[in-house]
Structure formats: C-alpha cells, structure tokens
Design a protein around this ligand. Sequence first.
Ligand SMILES: [Mg+2]
Length: 397
Amino acid sequence: MKIQTLDAFIEIMRATIPVRRKMVVDYLLEGRTDPELIRHLKRFLNTIGEVPDQEGLKLFNLFGDHTARVDVTYETEELKKDIWFFENGEQVFTEHMESINHNFFREVDRGISFLSGLEFNSFISDRDGTVNNYCGRYSTSVQSAYNAIYLARFAAGKTRNTVILTSAPLGNGGLQDISVFPEKVFHYAGSKGREYADKKGREGKFPVDDEKQKVLDALNKDLAKLVGMEKYKIFSRIGSGLQLKFGQTTIARQDIHKSVPEDRSLGFLKKIRSMVADHDPEDVYFRIEDTGLDIEIILTIDKGDEGVKDFDKGDGIDFLDSALDLRLDEGINLICGDTASDIPMVEAAMKKNGETRAIFVTKNSDIQRKVGKLCPHSMFVENPDVLVSLLNQISLI
Ligand SMILES: [Mg+2]
C-alpha cells in the first residue's frame, strides 16, 4: 500500500493503536506476543518508509496544491523500538537503548539509587517529553508498546495510584485515544487535570461556571466550523491541530517546519482573534496566548483570594487529590515532568507532603534550579527513555 496524504499517514498511525494494545496485554500476561502482530508493525513502518522525502522530512500532499514537509522521526523511531523489543527481547532492547542514548546505563543506575527501597502512594506524571518521547503532532503521537509495558509494571508494582496528567484533552483524539496502556491500571487526567477518567472508567470534570462554559462551547463550535472550511482545513492538520480541551482550546497556526506561508498563518491568527472578540466583547472570559505555532484560548478561573488566574497543573493536582481520592498527604509521592508548566505540580504536591520525590527530564538549568528549590528530593535525567527504563528496572527489583 502506498500513501500520499497526511490524512493517510494519520490513519496508519491510528491503525497501530489496537495492534500495540494487544501486544501490551499479551506480553504482560504471557511474556510473549503473536509474531503476526510484529509483522503488522513492520508493514506500517515500511509503508511510511516509502513516502518520498527531502532533507529527512516526508513530503505529504495537503489539500490541493500544498505539500507539507513532515518530521516522522517520533513515529518511525518508536515503531522501530517496538519491533526491537518484541523481536529480540528485553536484554537486547536495553542494549539498543544504550546505543541510541548517551550515558544511558549510568543515568538509569543513578535513577535506581534515587528511588531504591521506596513504594509510592501516588505517581503523577506529565506525558509528552517526560514519560513519552516528544512528538510535534498530537494526532500521531501514539504511545509505543514497550513504553506502556514499562510504565504498567511500575504503576502496578510500586504505586497505589498512577496518574498521567497532560495539558492535552482526554478524548476526541486526546490522551486516552493515543495511549496503549492496559485497562484498570492508570488514571488519565487531561486539560491540565480539569477532566479525568479514573482507572475504573469513571469520568469527572472540574466545575466550571455555567455561563463561561456556554461561551466556550459556542466559540468551539465556530472554530470547528471554521477549520472544516477548505481554506482553513490545514490548521487542523498541522502541529497541534485543533484541540478542544476542557476549559481551554488550542489551534495551530504554524508547525516547526513552517508548512504554512507566514502571511497566511498571521491572517489566521487575526481571524481567530476577531472570532474570540465576537464571543467575548468585554474581554472577561478568555485570555489568548500566541506561541507563534499555537494559539491558546484559555478560560480564566476565579481562585478567590488569588484572584482570576489561568488553571495550571498544580490546580489540577489539588482537584484530582480529592476527585480520585489520592490522599497525597498520606505517603511518598513521585512527580515527573519536563517543562516549566509542570513545576506547579511539584509545588502542589510538596504542600500536601514534604516527602515528595521529583524527577524532571530536562537539561534546562533554570527549571532544575526551581524544582530543586521546591523539592529537596529531586533529580534530573536527560530523556524519557532513561526515565521509563529506570521505572521499569526498579519495578523488577
Ligand atoms: Mg511535557
């Protein structure tokens, strides 16, 4: 099968989800997987490999005359890793990880001594860039099977509760849809913790003022209509695409490879600003943040004495502590993240329990300093491969 469009590529990546889910469950239960499923993954990888490329980027047709240059490193590398894992076994796979990551064994050993002997009440972790390698496009950032196996072992063996807490939405192509974890092990929290599906499948949402919600719903409806139009469709396909989170909406206007001509991208930003102004003429419900790639439309929350502020992941932890009955004050908790937006998680967890441990995946000295100041028991590793591998190793001890 040959693919030419970005939509076809997204479909291929989606098709890996049920295959990987089956591999994870089989492997965790029986320690093996059906070789036919490995062949499936190889076929997906070959199909992507046949797409023509230029300077390492794949060229996909995108709506009429437009060609998108797409970085598929995450998708292909994670497929290769899964194939390595199931074909050659865990020992060989670990050596493969060492060959692609500098200082891998040394970093893993350092993490093992940091966590050694501890059992965790709650393990709360960000996903992208922390326990999952970073992918610039949410629609295809499907979790790899080995990653789900490693994290499931740690969650089941060393924690009472594990929460994956992300800023992405929970459903509609969000966190739950691209995860291949086994059922009943993980709590999923989307939209920075404003919405969750617990490990028994129960769902809940942070209460948002009815009036505000109505305004956001109306805006989201208009946005979906807008990117359904031929002229604007491209913005729902590149980068972050359109993500209707609970309490926040993200719409891409550019991707890191500058697939969209800059004047068209700026025109779209202007269009979005005026659409938001139509829904919020008094400027009381939303705040717009333009990252140059994404336009974030954020619903503000009223925190009483702290005034009106943006909901952050620390607010998410406060909400989830009671909603999921985490009892964060009762035992040692582990918080993992990779960017500044994850720091409020450490702050919130430390307020509940001074025995909190933090591992951040970052080389950024500013983030390291801030986390270290908040949390005396903290450490830093270089990439998600190291973090998930050390969590796996520690659960096997
Ligand atoms: Mg992250």
